[in-house]
Design a protein around this ligand. Structure first.
Ligand SMILES: [Zn+2]
Length: 214
């Protein structure tokens, strides 16, 4: 007998007797033909910001990478284990995605940890402290600003995390080359959990604005 939590089994039952029935041809075709998503999304692990939900995407549409704080570290081809870079490599080289979207979100715990000087309970020596130290210089600048409220500082750093990750995407030689040839586009977005608003990064200014409905 499995010990899968009951709510997961109940959720699966709902899926296999509902959504899967209506999408079964699509699933079979995806199994036969393989996946060809045109878009990769890099989002936070936060349970409230699932890209498939936010973008109303079905199976096969989005290649999703989630990590704490939606961060892309710089290109570092060394002997360490780089799960984020491995997912990027697969998306770019094997799937040949046309878009990479870095999506941050409001009330991000990873960003809050980066802003908190003490870091407790996520101490600097822990994995999250080390991971979020990627944006430590920006976090220190934002944390010391007296012109912003705590909420504004949080939003500012969440959006900085997007610009930071996009800048690091460009340190990957393949991505820089493809972007130069116009074969891949890099985008930024920020999702407000409480209002459901999506803000998109202006690619020229780096500012965030409300996109018009299509
Ligand atoms: Zn988050």
């Amino acid at each position: 007998m499995s010990n899968l939590p009951k709510h997961l089994l109940a959720g699966y039952h709902k899926f296999i007797t509902g959504y899967y029935i209506t999408e079964s041809d699509h699933y079979r075709s995806l199994a036969r033909e393989g996946q060809t998503p045109e878009t990769m999304i890099i989002a936070c692990c936060d349970s409230r910001t699932a890209p498939e939900t936010v973008f109303s995407a079905g199976p096969g549409e989005l290649f999703v990478l989630r990590n704490v704080g939606n961060l892309i570290p710089p290109y570092e081809p060394d002997e360490h284990f780089h799960s984020t870079s491995a997912a990027l490599e697969f998306a770019v080289k094997a799937l040949k995605v046309k878009n990479i979207v870095v999506m941050a979100h409001g009330r991000c715990g990873g960003i809050r940890a980066a802003l908190a000087q003490s870091g407790a309970p996520l101490a600097p020596g822990d994995f999250i402290g080390k991971w979020m130290s990627l944006i430590a210089p920006a976090a220190q600048t934002v944390a010391s600003s007296s012109l912003m409220t705590a909420g504004e500082r949080q939003t500012a750093l969440e959006r900085i995390s997007v610009r930071y990750s996009i800048a690091n995407l460009r340190t990957f030689p393949d991505i820089a080359k493809l972007e130069g040839k116009g074969q891949i586009a890099l985008h930024g977005a920020w999702f407000d959990i409480s209002t459901g608003e999506l803000w998109a990064m202006n690619k020229d200014t780096g500012d965030f604005e409300r996109p018009e409905a299509p």
